[in-house]
Design a protein around this ligand. Structure first.
Ligand SMILES: Nc1nc2c(c(=O)[nH]1)N[C@H]1C(S)=C(S)[C@@H](COP(=O)(O)O)O[C@H]1N2
Ligand SMILES: [Mo]
Length: 400
């Protein structure tokens, strides 16, 4: 597709309205009225930084600043089920209800908390890696020859950011919860998700009270800035280390319950399904171990010594070691970890010196192990929705 950055996304959204125009070279077409159709993502997503997957935008690893530990908000991937809503702080309030509150409340009589109310509670900051469950999905096909459904992310639906907000446990302590509360359901304020002719309602997912009382955060900030609309302004949930879907954006309500809550986002999606998986496989929670090189696929390198860099991360623990192979898996050696830069539950940066790159196409491999002893397999467990591709990715480069 021709690149028409930086307004490409807006152009395509408009072009779709005038009928198939997105397939025609851009320059011949008049600008569609800006009001024709709201864009799916609001921040700029130029092709030097992002791959356009419609309502989702993938960070290009080749665009990552090797000197920066945190992912700037402008560079973070976006994953929207529908489109980014614009919500004003002034009109915003979080609704909390359910029979798991100390004084049970129905949805109709929910407690409400404004952002000012929340910001009077003790503030908390946390660095964590934020990642979509489907990160790496395209490698099921590319590397394992398997057909799976979903956005064909390479490895760029991930970032590491510092969140600012309040702990959910402080909010729940403030409101008072029942001693036998077991489940919390978070619901977004974005449009109901309709797919295959079925309206599944608003994006929502339940999680155990133990996670709510552990490290869950209600975040209004990222890297010291207000959240951008695309990332959940004015308030989102953050469940550190867990699959991205758990961190509900534009948080509209929390239901606290004495019984297990469900939603299609933990029964139908974000579970392992397909041949070989049990019908009652559990909802996915903690992210696996993954690694990426800070290079474009097929990057051209000169045939002289070069330092290559990358990052590894895990939802469960810090990275203990990373092994790399520069010869398609024949020999392995340790990468040098930068343990000083990493913080809290963020990723680990590493580098390796390649002393004698010979002309030709090579595959670079990186395999990390976390401090919980979890390591990347050589083959990922196939599942029909393409979640958790955690295998070592063969990254092609061309030495000229
Ligand atoms: N309300 C709402 N929350 C949501 C989503 C969504 O579409 N709507 N997408 C989820 C998914 S699948 C992911 S991976 C993350 C992406 O967060 P980001 O777009 O801020 O990177 O948000 C999650 N929270
Ligand atoms: Mo996701």
């Amino acid at each position: 597709m021709t690149s028409i950055a930086p307004t490409r996304r807006g152009f395509l959204a408009g072009a779709a309205v005038i009928g198939g125009a997105a397939l025609v070279p851009g320059s011949l077409w008049p600008a569609a009225p800006a009001s024709a159709r709201p864009p799916l993502i609001l921040k700029p997503t130029p092709p030097e930084w992002f791959v356009d997957h419609g309502s989702n935008a993938e960070m290009l690893w080749s665009s990552v600043d090797r000197g920066a530990y945190l992912t700037p908000q402008s560079r973070l991937f976006v994953r929207n089920h529908t489109s980014t809503p614009v919500i004003s702080r002034a009109g915003y309030a979080l609704r909390v209800h359910g029979d798991g509150l100390a004084t049970a409340r129905t949805e109709g009589e929910a407690l409400t908390l404004t952002l000012d109310d929340l910001q009077r509670l003790p503030r908390h900051e946390l660095t964590a890696t934020h990642e979509c469950t489907g990160n790496g999905r395209r490698f099921f096909a590319e590397q394992q020859g398997q057909t799976v459904a979903g956005t064909p992310w390479a490895l760029g639906s991930v970032g590491t950011v510092r969140w600012q907000g309040v702990r959910l446990r402080d909010v729940l302590a403030h409101l008072g919860i029942a001693s036998d509360a077991v489940s919390v359901q978070a619901t977004g304020l974005d449009a109901p998700y309709v797919t295959g002719g079925v309206d599944h309602g608003r994006v929502r997912r339940p999680f155990p009270i133990a996670k709510a009382l552990d490290d869950a955060l209600l975040a209004w900030g990222m890297n010291g800035e207000d959240l951008l609309p695309d990332h959940g302004y004015p308030l989102r949930l953050v469940l550190p280390g867990w699959v991205g879907i758990a961190s509900i954006k534009w948080l509209g309500s929390l239901e606290v319950s004495r019984s297990e809550l469900t939603s299609p986002w933990n029964t139908q999606w974000y579970r392992m399904t397909g041949p070989g998986w049990p019908a009652d496989s559990p909802p996915l929670t903690v992210n696996p171990v993954r690694s990426a090189w800070e290079l474009a696929p097929g990057a051209r390198l000169p045939s002289r010594p070069v330092t290559l860099t990358g990052r590894s991360w895990s939802g469960a623990a810090r990275i203990a070691r990373v092994s790399v192979s520069l010869d398609d898996g024949r020999s392995w050696r340790p990468a040098v970890l930068d343990r000083r830069s990493r913080r809290d539950q963020g990723w680990t940066q590493w580098w390796v010196r390649w002393g004698n790159p010979r002309p030709g196409v090579h595959h670079l491999l990186a395999r990390a192990t976390d401090e919980a002893g979890r390591t990347q397999p050589l083959e990922a467990a196939v599942n029909s929705q393409g979640y958790f591709f955690d295998a070592v990715v063969r990254h092609p480069v061309e030495v000229a």
